[in-house]
Ligand binder design. Structure first.
Ligand code: FE
Ligand code: FE
Ligand code: ZN
Length: 300
């Protein structure tokens, strides 16, 4: 069965049950969210009532909670050793929030070495993860493949492998493939099967815990990281379908992080319902923008 969803919000007034409702409105059977604003570390306590309601609703609507994903905030940079103790405590708390919410997988950007060199950056990430993970950690940390913007680490298989090989409790580590980031890092998604072979040889295909399905606004190897709607970018619809329906990745949650579509200053809408529809139908919808406008009763 195809497990597909998108990034959704997690608001303070209804928390997880609001996320479930949003995901269902797109026709999703999974979803990903930040436990608070991604650009800061302030977090509200989890309200158990909303979590209970969310689990009841998921049970009724056939969403299996094992497929839900939390995305760690992007302000934390594990490669920056100056913030070592903050990084350890924040990541530990974020794991506790996942446990409270019953979430098994957390996606994490490995970090940026900020002019200190790749080796020091990778070692700082390893040391942080070693300080956070223990034999009882109940969450899988999925290291995301990055575009290689600036001094981003994790833009190739070898850097991810280095981190995994050097973390003691690395059975808690997995990888999240992001198709836009792979394209921008120089991986040709039209040859995705070759990439999977290399990944399997070096890390192991069973380590892929999540796939972010995004088209890209930029050319192969641009090191930019700007997501585009499915089929509207340089990767293209058929290449993305080959990732989504790849037999080797069956059962791995596929998450859309494509941009919302802007019609005016006040009117910006999530494209996910229509993108998921075209993925399920396996037919590219060249009227995505028009159909989304119509569904919100906008003149277009
Ligand atoms: Fe990400
Ligand atoms: Fe991503
Ligand atoms: Zn991105």
């Amino acid at each position: 069965m195809l497990i597909i969803g998108s990034h959704v919000s997690f608001k303070s007034d209804d928390q997880l049950v609001g996320s479930v409702k949003e995901a269902l409105s797109y026709g999703s059977n999974t979803f990903m969210f930040y436990t608070g604003a991604p650009q800061n570390a302030m977090r509200k306590p989890i309200n158990g009532k909303y979590t209970m309601d969310a689990y009841n609703l998921m049970y009724k609507s056939g969403i299996d909670p094992v497929n839900l994903i939390v995305h760690a905030p992007y302000i934390i940079n594990l490669a920056n050793r100056d913030n070592f103790s903050f990084n350890v405590s924040f990541l530990t708390e974020e794991i506790e929030r996942c446990e409270e919410l019953g979430i098994l997988k957390m996606v994490l950007h490995p970090g940026s070495h900020i002019k200190r060199g790749v080796e020091e950056g990778l070692n700082a990430i390893v040391d942080t993860l070693n300080a956070v993970l223990n034999k009882d950690t109940s969450v899988f940390i999925c290291l995301e493949t990055m575009a290689g913007k600036g001094s981003e680490l994790g833009a190739n298989i070898d850097e991810l492998k280095y981190i995994i090989d050097n973390v003691k409790f690395n059975e808690k580590l997995m990888v999240c493939l992001d198709t836009c980031h792979l394209n921008d890092s120089g991986i040709d998604i039209s040859k995705f099967d070759d990439y999977l072979l290399e990944f399997d040889k070096k890390i192991g295909i069973n380590k892929i815990g999540c796939v972010h399905v995004n088209d890209s606004k930029n050319e192969l190897g641009s090191h930019k990281d700007r997501h585009e709607n499915i089929g509207y970018g340089t990767i293209g619809f058929d290449n993305l379908l080959n990732v989504i329906y790849n037999k080797k990745l069956e059962g791995v949650p596929k998450i859309l992080e494509t941009p919302w579509i802007k019609y005016s200053d006040k009117e910006t809408y999530a494209p996910y319902k229509f993108e998921i529809e075209m993925i399920r139908n396996k037919v590219f919808n060249e009227n995505l923008k028009e159909d989304l406008a119509k569904s919100h009763e906008l003149d277009f």
